[in-house]
Design a binder for this molecule. Structure first.
Ligand SMILES: Nc1ncnc2c1ncn2[C@@H]1O[C@H](COP(=O)(O)OP(=O)(O)OP(=O)(O)O)[C@@H](O)[C@H]1O
Length: 351
């Protein structure tokens, strides 16, 4: 019922911006995170699905039926925005009941349903209060409850947690994920926060400049980024990228062992710049030798490992061949070819 199919969607504003040639499908019951930097077209994509924007070209199907020209209110979609948009002069009960009042449901049915969803999101005891009399997290839950109350086929969430402080966000994320598992709802969730996308999404759509760069599970986009944009956008710190002829070689900071002792197959000669002690992890920043200018690289080492490194010291970043990723220098696209890895390892061990 809640399946979404987007085919070649195009939205051009006058000149810049918009969404270009986006094709993707969301399965019934799936939680899909849409991730990308500011201005990449995430909100526009969501608004196109909601019917708040008209596509310049392409088609949107909801539950298998063409919905491209449908009015937003005929799409059976609920949308939760960053600012919640609760009515300030209404109580939480009245806010949550609002979509059902509009549908002219009987009073008793409304009361039952409001109590049900309010309990579901844990604000049953706050229904008599106005939005300004509750915390940010509680307002956010009230907004969710208002969206849930209609039992929509599809949920669109646009950075709904971004007004919460870090701790509350973490809690809200867990709640949202649990809620989604319980209800089996289909959701598209827009965020620029990779931790949120990784934690919530069954799959992640990574967007840049109006286009999809990659769609995959959190593990796929992290471990096998489809291009250098995804490789460097996801991960903190991001994937290291070193020049190698027509190719770029990538490796994640946590796959690195620092030192000269024989170890993992491939050694990148580096000069240590500085070390950051972050508590749970130590980051070792260095310059890797490269044609032309040296490239900044970083290793993330477990906090309990010894740190006998000083600035200016020459050593190696060592990485297992299996942890290397290759990209075409001209296109930035991932090159997945065992032969490429083998040749690179061969050259490195010869040199
Ligand atoms: N109504 C509009 N008229 C003209 N340009 C627009 C309009 N809406 C969005 N844009 C442009 O389209 C691009 C995508 O905007 P969008 O709001 O979808 O980005 P976003 O990824 O959601 O960004 P953010 O994370 O900052 O909210 C931007 O360059 C924006 O300036």
């Amino acid at each position: 019922m809640a399946r979404v199919d987007i085919e070649g969607i195009e939205k051009r504003f006058n000149g810049e911006g918009g969404v270009h040639g986006v094709t993707l499908s969301v399965q019934d019951g799936e939680f899909l995170a849409i991730l990308g930097p500011s201005g990449c077209g995430k909100s526009t994509l969501l608004r196109l699905i909601a019917g708040l924007e008209r596509p310049t070209a392409g088609r949107i199907r909801l539950g298998g039926r063409d919905a491209t020209g449908l009015h937003p209110k005929d799409r059976d979609i609920a949308m939760v925005f960053q600012n919640y948009a609760l009515y300030p002069h209404l109580t939480l009960r009245e806010n949550i009941a609002f979509p059902l009042k509009v549908k002219r449901l009987p009073r008793r049915a409304i009361d039952t349903r409001v109590a049900e969803v309010a309990d579901m999101v844990g604000i049953g005891h706050l229904l008599g209060r106005k939005p300004r009399q509750v915390s940010g997290g509680e307002r956010q839950r009230a907004a969710l409850a208002r969206a849930l109350v209609r039992k929509p086929a599809l949920f669109l969430l646009d950075e709904p947690l971004s007004n919460l402080d870090a701790k509350l966000r973490q809690a809200a994320r867990e709640e949202l994920k649990a809620l989604q598992r319980r209800t089996g709802l289909t959701a598209l969730y827009v965020t620029h926060d990779q931790v949120e996308a990784m934690g919530l999404g069954d799959r992640i759509v990574v967007m840049q400049a109006g286009r999809i760069r990659q769609i995959g599970t959190p593990e796929e986009v992290y471990r096998f980024p489809g291009d250098t944009f995804v490789a460097t956008f996801i991960g903190t710190p991001p994937m290291n990228i070193v020049d190698h002829g027509d190719l770029l070689v990538g490796f994640r900071p946590e796959t690195v062992i620092v030192g000269d002792a024989a170890g993992p197959a491939v050694a990148f000669p580096v000069v240590i710049r500085h070390v950051e002690y972050l508590g749970n992890v130590n980051l070792v920043y260095a310059d890797a030798r490269a044609p032309g200018q040296p490239v900044r690289v970083v290793a993330a080492l477990p906090s309990q490992s010894a740190m006998p490194f000083s600035p200016g010291q020459e050593t190696n970043f060592r990485v297992d061949a299996a942890d290397l990723r290759f990209f075409d220098k001209a296109t930035g696209l991932a090159v997945r070819d065992a032969g490429v890895t083998a040749r690179f390892v061969q050259e490195r061990s010869d040199g």
